[in-house]
Every structure is written in C-alpha cells, then in structure tokens.
Design a protein around this ligand. Structure first.
Ligand code: PLP
Length: 287
C-alpha cells in the first residue's frame, strides 16, 4: 500500500492528504499531470515525461513550480518513502488556489503540486501481456487540445468504464472519418499486412505519448519500418497485430476489438519484441 503523498511542499500520510476546495484543478480541471513508470524505484523515460510536462504547463501558462532537478528529487523521495520499486509515480500541477472565477487568478498565485505513487505487480502485467487484451471502440468526443495532458479526463473516464463493463481494458476513440485516434490512457498501434508499424500522427488530436515517442525510435533502430499514419478499426482487425502503449501498459498486445479477433487472436511476435525492447530502453534511461 502506498502511504505517503507529497502535497505542496510536505510529505503527508496519504489518508490525511487534502487539497483546497478552491483548487483550480478541482474547480475547472485547470491542471496538468504526468505519469512515470517506475523500474527498480527509478523513473523510466524521464526526459520525455519532463519535456511533455513543461510543454503542457507552457501551453496553459502555468509556471513550472520548481526545476526539473528539484522535481526529480521530490518524486524520488516520494517513491522512497513508499518503499515502492515497481509501479507508477503520478504528479499533478494545478494553477493553484483562488476564489472561484473562470479567468486566471492574480499573477504570483502559486501552482499546487501533488505527487502519489502506486505499486504495479510486474509478474501479473507480464502474464497479461502474454495473453493480450480486449479493446472496444467509441466515438471521439473530447476537446480539441488532447495534446495537453490535462486532468480534464471525463470523456476518457466514461469510455474506460464502458470498456470495463464488457471486460475490455481499453477504449479506442474513433474520429468522424472512422480513424482511430488513441486510447483513453494509451496510444494505439497496428502491425499492418506489409509488416509496417503504424500509429496515428501527431497532427491529429492526440496526446503525444512518451512511450509512443520512445518506441518510434527504438523500433526504427531495431529495423522496423514505422509510419505515423492513421488506421481504421477495420484495418486494425485485419492487421497482423495490434497493441497499445503507455507508461501504465508499456507495450500491451490487443487481441480483440469490439469482440472480434485481431489476426490469429493471439499476441504476435512483434508486440512481444517491442515490449522487451521498450522495457530495456526505459530501464536504461531511468533516473
Ligand atoms: N493517450 C492518452 C489519452 C493518455 O492518457 C496516455 C497516458 O496516460 C497515453 C496516450 C500514453 O502516454 P504515455 O506513453 O506518455 O504514458
């Protein structure tokens, strides 16, 4: 169990950790977040996550509450105090606390910072990766700035719940053109009939997944042909393989889409290889 949270400069017992009722994250979803996978107590793929955090904050004109170095120290200290080796570190930064008013609070209002960590059972995760998972599709209904990692995740939460109710682990959003954008908390990929890896391009309204970005590089270096090109859910069904990527799932094979089998219905060799390569990369870069 994770017992300690970091809240605005203090380490507190999680059960007693609180934020202000006029925190703008709570009032307006005026907050961004980041999630790092933890490997042996270290933050995986750190640079990509810090770079995206800084970008999300800049897009919303929220000031970075402390330097990357200081944030790394605080994140690692939260991990250490919870005695967690394999898991996830969650960081949320809101625009701070102010009397409720849609417009920004006075300049100088300090951003509010919360960090929590949770444990992941890597054996269970590996066994799930060996079996593959089911996803469903759902119409894209999110706002136009999904590239900013904000806590405004209601459409994602509703879609994830819809997936859970039918035994699926993820929902893929599908846009007006019938093209898959991404999952509720992961990016979507296929291995097409020619053996090319395909994932949606970042001109589309998607989150620029850090796992996605690193995997593009890792896969190219391993000799795969990678294309940032959209696909429909029918193309995914007739693909050789499909999989999702994210700090929570790493690289996870998809074997069912809306109850229909992808390829052979079994996880394929490409996703398994990419999972191993990505984990190797994340561990090698971990701080
Ligand atoms: N897409 C969405 C909507 C997400 O919420 C996430 C992660 O939470 C991802 C993609 C995957 O991003 P990352 O690989 O940085 O975890």
């Amino acid at each position: 169990m994770s017992r300690v949270a970091y809240v605005n400069g203090r380490f507190v017992r999680k059960a007693e950790a609180v934020v202000h009722i006029e925190d703008r994250g709570y009032q307006f979803a005026d907050a961004v977040y980041e999630v790092w996978a933890l490997f042996d107590g270290k933050l995986g793929d750190p640079d990509g996550h810090f770079a995206r955090l800084e970008r999300s904050l800049a897009e919303l004109q929220i000031t970075m509450p402390m330097s990357r170095q200081a944030l790394t120290v605080v994140l690692k200290e939260t991990v250490r105090r919870n005695h967690i080796r394999e898991g996830l570190a969650y960081l949320q930064i809101s625009r701070g606390v102010a009397t409720r008013d849609h417009a920004f609070p006075p300049k100088g209002t300090p951003p509010a910072v919360v960090i929590t960590v949770s444990r992941v059972d890597r054996d269970a995760a590996e066994s799930r990766a060996r079996k593959g998972v089911a996803v469903i599709t759902t119409p894209e209904n999110r706002w136009g700035r999904c590239d900013i990692k904000t806590v405004g995740l209601l459409p994602n939460a509703l879609a994830k719940q819809k997936a859970r109710e039918v035994g699926a682990v993820e929902a893929w959003f599908v846009d007006d053109l019938g093209l898959v954008t991404e999952g509720t908390s992961s990016n979507a990929w296929i291995v097409d009939g020619d053996g090319n890896l395909r994932t949606r391009d970042t001109n589309a309204n998607i989150l620029r997944g850090v796992t996605r970005l690193s995997l593009l590089d890792v896969a190219r270096k391993a000799g795969f042909n990678v294309e940032e090109r959209p696909f429909t859910s029918d193309e995914a069904l007739s693909a050789r393989e499909a999989f999702i990527t994210g700090a929570g799932t790493l690289v996870l094979p998809v074997v069912l889409i809306d109850g229909k089998t992808v390829g052979s219905g079994q996880p394929g060799p490409v996703a398994a290889r990419l999972r191993a390569l990505y984990i190797e990369h994340a561990k090698a870069t971990a701080v």
